[in-house]
Ligand binder design. Sequence first.
Ligand code: SF4
Length: 367
Amino acid sequence: MYHSDYIGLYVHIPFCKDRCNYCDFVSYTDFSLVEDYFESLLKEITIWSQYVGKVSLNSIYVGGGTPSDIPLKYLEKTFDTISKSFNLCDPEITVEINPKFRYFYELRNLGVNRISMGLQAADDTVLKAVNRRHSVSEFRETCREAMNYFENINIDFIIGLPFESEQTIWNNLKVINEYNPKHVSVYILESKQEFLDQDTLADHHESFISALLENGYERYEISNFAYPGYRCKHNLKYWNNEDYIGIGVSAGGHIGLKRYVNSSNILLYMECLKNGKFAFEYFKENSPLDELKETLFMGLRLSNGIKIDKLMQLSPELKIDELTSILNGYLIYDQESLRLSSTGKDFSKFVLSKIIDENILLHVIGR
Ligand code: SF4
């Protein structure tokens, strides 16, 4: 029934002490809801474990929001409920933290073994402009402290923020050279308002990425870079379209053929859980075509692409040569895998939008 023997668990903590002005994530600044929210969250873990049984987890990712903005006792209770409800199989456990956080010792004692920190830009002018709550020097202090307790650290960056200059990119690289995090994520700002012209944005992105590659990072996904052996196991489940349960407001999951997204309304979410019910805003039993579409859409983001065996298993009628000729020059394949060509990587948005076009998919599976 499941895609693999192990399942991932995502936990959404939707609270931030302040809001960054570019952010689209579901998060609230009203901390009076925290107590009730966690009551619902723990209930949701229990309901899921009743629904799927005591399945084996090998990755847990606590994101948000800002999980480190809430008192640690809530994370403690959450991990306690998770470990009672599921089999933990040496899981990668990531927690996103704010660059002012100090309780690394306590976090490690909870079993956390991976930290993700959002710096976004090593430039105080940029950080101020987007209402981040920390300075570059506060980030540095926290990063130094984190490295005393954690080996596996990710730093997030965003390219295209207001007031970003070439110097910002050099500063970003200076931070990376100094701390050598095992994993780096580089996103391009998705916003209606553009702060840089397209050529400058492309130059900044290109120079950042080339320097990361020169420093020995592998670009294993369009926006993600890691030293060998440090790819994010949890996020790989998304890109490989494997099984994961998402809990919390706005969290989504894919378990067997079931695809769902929870309500983004925290009050509605808590109301459903209070009544012992899931809080789905979207729920679908995927058809084989849906599974193929999702597998292509997510898997082509990976530099290794998608295993041909897996595609054939999902859709024995799939004509891969036909698909690559429709997207001529953008896709390559061999006996092992189907993946983006280097031009395909430059135009990944276009390729991915085409790949979910049902007319194209129906054509390449001969219907
Ligand atoms: S801290 Fe993260 S989740 Fe919170 S507002 Fe900023 S970007 Fe969004």
